[in-house]
Ligand binder design. Structure first.
Ligand code: URA
Length: 233
């Protein structure tokens, strides 16, 4: 069971305030009768909720891909910084959360969902969900540095799995890592005597950042993208 306003917000009908206005305007019905209260408890699996006569498609789990901007932190709430969830007014008060973290200055693909079990699986080292980053470097990268990246690299508190790389220019590479430790890419570059000046995540497991999403934009995952996440063993 869940509140009607939460269900509508979750299904993309607007912020809590906006969906309350829909209910007040008598545009929402539950099992054929006009809904009178935003607090009304709904059985999300059996009740038929309509907005302006159109049935609401409600899915228990929701999945969003966001092109994270720099300057925003991957958290639900923070007293000092703008958070990624501040971009989703619609989902405030729902159970959506970012899966894993990118640093405040890192841009790129972030998955946001409300399936805790799946998120746990995607983040667990057991499942080897690789992540691909575009890494811009302070200094030109040389063969010795590239070789070190492609071998286990001792970062002090752990040893990385060998990373894969593709050289895009002398100061820009694509790097694929298996783990997702705190500041991992920046620490790897420091360990080979270089420095990250810009970092963008391009891929998270099977999910590829949609290049039609401008920085700060988001969209729901397609059915096949969602299925690919659940297919990870
Ligand atoms: N590695 C980093 O150093 N920072 C990120 O945000 C992601 C991976």
């Amino acid at each position: 069971m869940m509140r009607l306003d939460k269900l509508l917000a979750h299904a993309g009908y607007g912020t809590r305030k906006e969906v309350k206005a829909l209910i007040k305007a008598k545009l929402v019905s539950v099992n054929g009768a006009a809904a009178l209260k935003d607090k009304q408890q709904i059985d999300e699996f059996h009740d038929v909720v309509c907005v302006d006569g159109e049935p609401v498609q409600y899915a228990k789990f929701q999945f969003i891909m966001m092109h994270k901007p720099a300057g925003v932190i991957c958290a639900n709430r923070d007293d000092y910084h703008e958070t990624i969830m501040d971009h989703f007014e619609t989902f405030i008060g729902t159970d959506m959360f970012p899966v894993g973290r990118l640093d405040i200055d890192t841009e790129g693909l972030v998955l946001i969902c409300n399936d805790g079990k799946l998120a746990h699986r995607l983040l667990s080292p057991k499942h080897h969900v690789d992540k691909c980053y575009e890494v811009h470097l302070e200094k030109p990268i040389d063969d010795e540095q590239l070789t070190k990246l492609s071998e286990p690299l001792d970062l002090g508190d752990f040893i990385t799995q060998p990373a894969q790389y593709e050289v895009l220019s002398d100061t820009c590479i694509r790097l694929v890592i298996q783990e997702g430790k705190f500041h991992q890419v920046k620490r790897m570059m420091k360990a080979v005597d270089n420095e990250v000046v810009y970092l963008k995540r391009l891929r998270f497991g099977p999910l590829i950042l949609d290049d039609t999403l401008e920085v700060g934009e988001w969209r729901y995952l397609t059915q096949s993208e969602t299925e690919a996440l659940y297919a990870i063993k």
